[in-house]
Design a protein around this ligand. Structure first.
Ligand code: NDP
Ligand code: 8X3
Length: 254
């Protein structure tokens, strides 16, 4: 059953990976889309593809989610209120120990994964509250449930996403607004390329020797969560590839 047709779904970080796959699935359900990311060209080509294939409206916003004013301007440009907000934009930078890591990397992760997500939530939830309707779906991580060496700040940002999700649900207690989180393990996207700053060989190694999750695997779960009946609120889902049993236990063929 499609309960999503005609909804406006905002997906942050839709220029790659999980966000792009999620935007495509909502488009298949005949949702209108607002997609964001810094890479304008990718947004434009996704808009073109989805409008042509699904006869929907796609609004694009090429901006850095760390820029609060740009977030606000994009939302003001939308002609109808956002029904579903998928807070997906995020990244890891480096796997350095806390005594070695770069301050810039820390700022980037904190400003994007925590403050960017908070900005969008802060700007969009008032209109959801006014309409007593809406759904916020945050992309967390297994790194929001466990911490691993080299992940002090990335894991901290994802633990923050878990805390923000839980607190947002409680702030909206008694309303019809749903608040959910998806916590993936290893998903093969541009994530490791970004984490290892363009070292492709190192990035590829992360997904070698086992079948990692795909962006579509996670998009299907986001879509499933959104498409539940209005009284059903899925709070969190931890999703691993079958070869993974914890953040750092991954069974790889030699
Ligand atoms: P990708 O690198 O493939 O995609 C990340 C997306 O986030 C891109 O669209 C990128 O757009 C956007 N983004 C990053 N920084 C900014 C910024 N400053 N402003 C605007 N957009 C930004 O990675 P994934 O698809 O894997 O990551 C999506 C989410 O999933 C992240 O929150 C990540 O932490 C989480 N996650 C990923 C896992 C994995 O193993 N891959 C596992 C668990 C969680 P652009 O570069 O165009 O700005
Ligand atoms: C991304 C998954 O385990 O590489 O959130 O941190 S992990």
């Amino acid at each position: 059953k499609n309960r999503l047709q005609g909804k406006l779904v905002l997906v942050t970080g839709a220029t790659a990976g999980i966000g792009e796959a999620t935007a495509k699935l909502f488009a298949e359900s005949k949702c209108n889309l607002a997609i964001s990311g810094r890479r304008e060209e990718r947004l434009q080509s996704l808009k073109k593809e989805l409008e042509k294939d699904f006869d929907i409206e796609v609004f694009t916003g090429a901006f850095d989610i760390r820029d609060r004013d740009a977030c606000g301007e994009f939302l003001e440009s939308l002609i109808s209120p956002v029904d579903i907000l998928v807070n997906n934009a995020g990244l890891a930078k480096g796997v350095d120990a806390v005594y070695d890591a770069s301050f810039d990397d820390w700022d980037t992760m904190i400003d994007t994964n925590i403050k960017g997500l908070l900005t969008m939530t802060r700007l969009i939830t008032p209109s959801m509250k006014q309409r007593n309707s809406g759904h916020v779906i945050n992309i967390g991580s297994i790194a929001g449930h466990e911490a691993y060496p080299g992940g002090s700040v990335y894991c901290a940002t994802k633990h923050a996403v878990k805390a923000i999700t839980e607190a947002t649900k409680k702030d909206l207690h008694g309303t019809e607004i749903r608040v959910s989180m998806v916590s993936p393990g290893l998903v093969e996207t541009e994530f490791s390329n970004v984490r290892f700053k363009g070292d492709e060989e190192r990035a590829e190694k992360v997904y070698k020797g086992y079948k990692a999750l795909t962006a579509v695997d996670i998009a299907e779960i986001v879509h499933f969560i959104a498409n539940r009946p209005m009284h059903v609120n899925i709070m969190d889902t931890i999703v691993f590839p079958v070869a993974q049993s914890s953040a750092s236990m991954v069974h790889k063929e030699a």
